[in-house]
Design a protein around this ligand. Structure first.
Ligand SMILES: *Cc1c(COP(=O)(O)O)cnc(C)c1O
Length: 396
């Protein structure tokens, strides 16, 4: 059989990225070094923030951010259940409590109307834990309601750490994500809007946290330890704390420098694909489309295109719909299986599916369609025609 499988995601790698990596490989310096410094400087400039710290994943970035604000065993961190494992596991690293707040049914971001109530519930549910931070996720690249989140944080004296794994180049009220709250964490995983294979970036305007995160990202040893094998380096170093091994290589940074330069073009293509889907599905009552047409000053990064099935109008469920798309050789996914229904969170924290009814109900009808710059118009049309055909064939 002809292999006409359309993958769910593919990175956008051109000759320029390949050349940049080869240059580093030939240079004799392949781990953290001048390319990483340049990547950090380029990224900080694009965001307009004071500090950008390159690390080897967004998970590492989130871990370092929570360490910098001194999360401990007595603390709780408020986040959304509609996210990837990384967002909450980093809270558990500190034996702190992840506290979920249900999502908005349209944007699938944390529901601001339930945020204060969620914080108030912690005292009851988690006994002695103190809420110390809010960790919003910009779901799919749609900016979370930052003004309201920052207001709650201010009233209750909490820190805000953003999981911006989907939100590289998202805008909120004219401000770029990465320069809004205390600390922001980005991902350059293979499927993300820009990639370094594996990688991440932390942005902040706070000098003290920046210095702590930089130091902890490389074994907790004194500043610029990566220079110790360079001509102007010094063999001596001091270990200040038991840090981590989270530094990014120059091989990865070389990729990142090129990808960052292309991010506007890559975003434009993602946006175009979202528009094609939006228009095509507007006449299908069984498909609920993600929100488009954000107000001036807002930008959706379109990391994901998550459609919702209107199950009442269909004779099949979401799992069957996915199997039918698979049979048509189209790769799709589900973002996300809410964290609170996974065995660890159920067993460790006693969460029940109905604790976050919107996340649970939404989960049962979401499908993420392929959306990436490497897709041709013909690829997009193929997805559209498959979804349309199934929506009609299984109309109740
Ligand atoms: C991908 C992702 C992460 C983790 O990123 P890594 O770079 O793979 O560690 C964290 N949060 C969300 C919401 C993600 O989608």
């Amino acid at each position: 059989m002809e292999d006409n499988f359309l993958p769910f995601a593919l990175p956008f790698i051109e000759q320029e990225e390949i050349d940049a990596v080869i240059e580093v490989l030939k240079s004799g310096w392949i781990t953290t070094g001048p390319k990483t410094k340049q990547f950090e400087a380029d990224f900080a400039q694009q965001i307009g923030c004071k500090h950008a710290i390159a690390v080897n994943s967004c998970t590492a970035a989130l871990h370092l951010a929570l360490e910098a604000i001194h999360i401990g065993e007595q603390d709780a961190v408020v986040t959304t259940p509609m996210t990837f494992a990384a967002t909450a596991e980093v809270i558990a690293y500190f034996k702190a409590q992840p506290v979920f707040v249900d999502i908005d049914p349209i944007t699938m971001n944390i529901d601001i109307a339930k945020l204060e109530e969620g914080i108030a519930l912690v005292k009851k549910r988690a006994c002695l834990k103190n809420v110390k931070a809010i960790l919003p996720v910009h779901f799919a690249g749609y900016p979370a309601p930052m003004d309201e989140i920052l207001q709650v944080a201010k009233n209750k004296n909490l820190q805000v750490i953003e999981d911006a794994a989907h939100a590289q180049s998202s805008l909120y009220k004219g401000k770029i994500i990465g320069n809004i709250s205390d600390i922001t964490c980005f991902s350059f995983y293979a499927t993300k809007n820009m990639t370094t294979g594996e990688g991440g970036m932390i942005t902040t305007n706070n000098d003290e946290w920046a210095e702590r995160m930089r130091m902890m990202s490389l074994h907790g040893i004194s500043r610029d330890a990566w220079k110790r094998y360079q001509a102007d380096g010094n063999w001596h170093y001091d270990i200040i704390a038991p840090g981590f091994k989270y530094n990014l290589t120059d091989i990865a940074s070389a990729l990142g420098i090129v990808q960052l330069k292309k991010s506007n073009t890559l975003l434009a293509r993602r946006e175009k694909i979202a528009q094609m889907y939006d228009q095509a599905f507007s006449s299908l009552p069984s498909i609920e489309r993600p929100p488009m047409g954000l107000a001036d000053g807002f930008q959706h990064a379109w990391h994901l295109y998550v459609m919702k099935l209107n199950l009442a109008t269909l004779s099949i469920d979401r799992d069957r719909f996915i199997n039918e798309l698979k049979a048509l050789r189209i790769g799709v996914s589900v973002h996300f299986i809410p964290l609170h229904i996974h065995p660890y969170y159920k067993e460790r924290y006693g969460y029940k599916p109905e604790d976050f009814p919107v996340a649970y109900e939404t989960y049962q009808r979401i499908i993420s369609l392929p959306i990436y710059p490497k897709m041709s118009d013909a690829d997009v049309e193929r997805v559209i025609s498959a979804v349309t055909r199934l929506a009609k064939r299984f109309k109740r």
